[in-house]
Design a protein around this ligand. Sequence first.
Ligand code: ATP
Length: 740
Amino acid sequence: MDFKGYDLSNESEEIVPIGSLNHLSTKYESLDYEVIENELYREEEQKKGYRYVVQKDFSRWMTFFWIGVTIAFIGIIIFISIEIGTTFKFNMIKKYFDGCTEADCMVKPYFVALLLNLIPSLVGSCLIVYVEPMAKGSGIPAVKCFLNGIKVPRLIRLKTLVVKVIGVTCVALGGMWGGKEGPMIHAGSIVAAGVSQGKSTTFNKDLGALNFFREDHEKRDFVSGGAAAGIAAAFGAPVGGLLFSLEEGASFWNQALTWRTFFGSMVSMFTLHSVLSAYHGHPGDLTYKGLLNFGKFDDLSYHILDIPVFVLMGIVGGLTGALFCHLNLKLFIFRKRYVNKDWKKVLEVLIVCATTVTISFLLILFTSDCKKLGLDPTDHPIQFGCNDGEFNAMAALWFQLLEGTVRSLFHDTPDVFNTTTVVYFCICAYFITLWTYGVHFSGGVLIPGLCTGAAWGRLVGRAVFHFFPNTNIGIYSLIGAASQLGGITRMTISLTIILVEATGSITFGLPLMICLMTAKWVGDFFSESIYDTQIELSGMPLLAWDPPPLSSNIYANNLMTHPVITFKTKETVGNIVKILKRYSHNGFPVIEYVQNYELDEGKTKCYLRGLILRSQLIVLLENKVFDGPLTNYWDSVTMETFREDYPRYSSIEDIELLQNDLKLTIDLSRFMNPSPYIVQHTMSLPRVFKLFRAMGLRHIVVVNDSNEVAGIVTRKDLARYKVIRHMGKISVTELKFSSK
Ligand code: ATP
């Protein structure tokens, strides 16, 4: 066999400057969402019959049920630990603050607060930096990539889940500006991936159940359900969860999956609500108000004349969101350059934590906003700087959980906070959120974003209130929150519904949608969303929803790699090992050389017979499924043989073969995918792209006019064409490969 062909190591890899958004990393592989209907698959299907179909379907529903229950219990553990921990912390701070009304006695409470915040932050960041960096941040960009079809290493491991759960609790206890809602999405995805497989690779334990789900496309469906269940638990928003999976993640969707995802989300939310309502002393009351994340708005009436104001707020959200993404990118570059050692990463978290505490104390010290007790929006009112019978309103904003602060900004009457208090809080909130997002901790941007927006929204509300005293300023606070978060994340459908569900106010769907769409359009005009920026920085080959515009003049033969590394239907073990060692590709067309005297005057043509994956070849080599009198293991090889090793297959270097084995052959026709998706070399990029994305493919074989193998197209070939939208201009650029 002729081995000339594409070798990734020869590819012109560029040195990528730090912070470049224009590179594709070659280290990410794809998931295989295609069902390989080979002989073994067909045999299994025939043998098992309809009973198997029903059993599989029933197991699917049950698995979604258990995913819902498990993620709810994880949520309960997180919520209760945070509640107990923060109650202790705020009580301690209050204890040291009590009786302290002048600046000179502030030192003690300051150091107590500093210590109580730094300890959990240290634990949380050490876990991320030294134990499992994959648990960093919210995990939403990585989950989005997984659902798009990218294999993200260590994303759905048990270790990642444990670190995430502890990490997110530490973030809240450490008073850092990170939400637990994003991490709950990631946690939901891990739970789904774990529960659905019936085995734990970490513990090397196989329950021997659910092995029919050990395939990428099954796992993907469960993961999208798990992400939705995570949102349902975090926000109490099952429909929002479902829509999030649809909007942000899934590249493939069907009616049955919608139902099951919704079912899992409902189970998750109601399990969480049942337990938490009992925990809060209202057993059985699933409509208990305290379960709503952001409190229930009693009156959300609005007038048509409010709509232009909402649009303006959407514009502000879009602009500040775009600025946020831009500055965050600059911070990323700074961090890559200067915060590049593990100890520096931990130190940065501690500095951010200490700065947050210091800012809160300075604001409390320098603003005197005293309100009568009874108006207090917090369980831990602090008197500092105020007379007896009063509390410090600035302290009330800082000394509670972020969700509580958002609730206060939404619902407290206009006279609870002075305008200057909210202005200072808002400015600090924006910059703290900006600095905090990206440090090595396990928190998301959803709640800090909402909190910042709720603050400036409240200011708009106050201005309107000044002219129209009947105005409910909570409405503006809610719109501000939505606009700000919309401007940062560019989520539209799902965020609208999440906020509707989390506030229990369906009538307010329209204004929310209007401001979110405005924020998205304005934000998109200037920059990518924060999640997409993260994805681009990592170089993950994410396939967008649509092919690049005006690309019909790019054809499959411009996209494809040629010549292709192929195998013959009957291939020698030696050749297989040699190719697998030499090339890192994961899919190889299987071809047959045919001489056709009738049509082609005896010319040899190479026809496509199928496609075989590296993982399949590894299993065949490992099990020595070779042709020959002594080594014919054909009958013992079934679909189960391939599922056993899923998802972690050995590397070719680990397979031990005898010298004699190398001379034997393997008949690949029984194991290969006999009908892979093929396209003509003249097919345009948009058509190839749509086929690839819609079917969740990993490889497309390109054939020439006489149906011979001409090339191969993978995710990286398609993701290479990136659409750049900047200041209203659209252009398409070709990304460079990098090994980063
Ligand atoms: P993935 O990384 O998406 O899981 P893969 O590993 O099979 O799939 P890559 O090796 O990442 O594909 O592909 C990198 C480049 O190599 C792409 O440009 C692709 O077209 C090319 N390529 C993939 N498979 C082959 C092959 N069998 N022969 C020649 N080139 C290939």
